[in-house]
Ligand binder design. Sequence first.
Ligand code: 9MR
Length: 631
Amino acid sequence: MKFSKTIAKALTLSAVAAPALFAATAFQNQVGFLTNGQKQMAVIDAAGKDVVFKDAEGNTVLTVTAPETIPWEPAGDTAASLVDFTELKTAGTYQAFVGDDSIGHPINIADNALEDVTKGALKFFYFQRSSTELTEEFAGKYARAAGHPDTAVKYHASTGITDTAATFNGSKGWYDAGDYGKYVVNSGITVYTLLQLYQQNKEYFKDLNLNIPESENEIPDILDEIKWNLDWMLTMQDTDGGVFHKLTTLKFAGTVMPEKATAQRYAIGKAQEATWYFAAVMALASEIYQPYDEEFSKKCIEAAEAAYRWGVANELTYYEQPSGVTTGSYTGAAEWPARLWSLIEMYRVSGEKHLLEASKKWAITLKMKGVQNWQNTYMLGLYTIATNPDLFEKDMVDSAKTVIFSMADDYVKSMDKSGYGLPLIRSDFYWGSNGIAANKGMVLIHAYILSQEEKYLNAATSILDYILGRNPLDVSYLTGFGVNPTMNPHHRPSQADTVVAPVPGMVAGGPNASATDCAKKYTNENAVAKSYYDNSCSYATNEVAINWNAPFAYLVGSIQAIAATGKTYDVTEKPLARYEIASIPFASSNLRRAQFQEGQRLVVRGQAVQVELKDRNGVKRYFNLKGKQVR
Ligand code: 9MR
């Protein structure tokens, strides 16, 4: 075992991998396989040879002849044989061998092999809590003082609030990533993903103990944890319903513990992107928390409705990063997919037909298909439609399913071209590639829920295996899990504390062929999946973030929950809450079409002459001469 690890390290470190010099080696999930689940490893230099699986006593339990190697473009020239040992269905610890050489890492098989990973991926959110001390009881050696009380947050001029002395209480919430900012857009997709994980697997998550301060109450721990962030998001809503874009300092803090990062924090920007994301998430939350906290549930739906109204009245307010602010921008999130998503969520909990009608402005077509991320939430609305066939009209449900299956089938098809057996392609390897991989897993899990076809669950399991070690670097990208985990993530508390190992349960961003930071020397156009640097200086390949952990938690949590309960989400389940949402205006904006009038400024931008106007917050907007807004 030691031997194979040394080989893997050598492969990782050498610029030119030369596997022919070595005995066979294998890349595999380093954490665990479900007893009845798919089990595969990617083996290098073993085509035609026998891969022998031995149990802890050294008895041979299975022999598989390694098939021919197939290259996997993102891994460059290290072609692999995909060795399938799914047949091994007895819990225990095993080791694979080729001849006398052990290959890969210990293989752990158990019914609950993915439970600790599920808990770890969710516990990450507790470690990211702002405004509270993490005590030893819940954080162990990662205990730390409270950071960022955020009880006196100022309003940046970009919020439209001009009283420079005014403050509000914006406490709680999760730090976004390796930095200490709190951003509504990114929180939006994160919270939705986690709420869906719970919604679709209630039985499993009802009693799953995350060992957090609220573990003793009656509410499932996963919901307690999510509420920590919802409570903060609610503070970001202005009195007129609009939602501030983010709560950060003006510049990123240095590499210090949270309590040492004491610069003034501001609410910055107020625009439609954050507002739509907020409306969608609050609508879903109103339903999920209804059985546990009626008052909170009501507060959520009212907040959603107020946000939606503001969004309609302020259609053209896009967030732009103000000068002097250099924290994460999260600009450019697609507007109408977010609006469609919020209408769908509000319709789901209200059954109000006018919301359904309004959502039809945007046809559901394959044209927009593409994996969800913080910039585009089109798929989130589609998941809700497809998994609620009794609530939405049949043609909408059919269209949503067509999009989901089309994507899932593309992924499954792409696996044929991969000796690693992975539905990941060259173009997936940009900033946050592990988040992209996990989000593809979320598409596949939905395809499985909707069809019960094994191939989708298996493809999702392959993505999980990739993140946990079935990759050409032999790395488990989940801190604290696996033989060879990420050790130096870009994560301020992990860098600034005195503990050697990073906070556990964090998914590193992963290989990014376009990284321009200190990982640049490792970027490799010919082997994009190796463009990774396990060094905290690399925010572009090794930062952690809530929007990557959430789809990972969704992926691993769904796979474990489906195995543990033996069932998938019942799509005939009705929402528990029913709220009235009064008729809402649909289109309004004063700046919807800006006809050029005398006195307005014409400017040359790029190659084009454009009309420049200021919106009500004094932010400049640009329109072409036909009156259509351009960005
Ligand atoms: O995830 C974001 C990625 O899509 C962008 O390309 C990148 C650069 O703008 O920013 C990433 O988000 C970061 C955010 O701006 C601030 N907190 C850390 C996030 C993860 O790196």
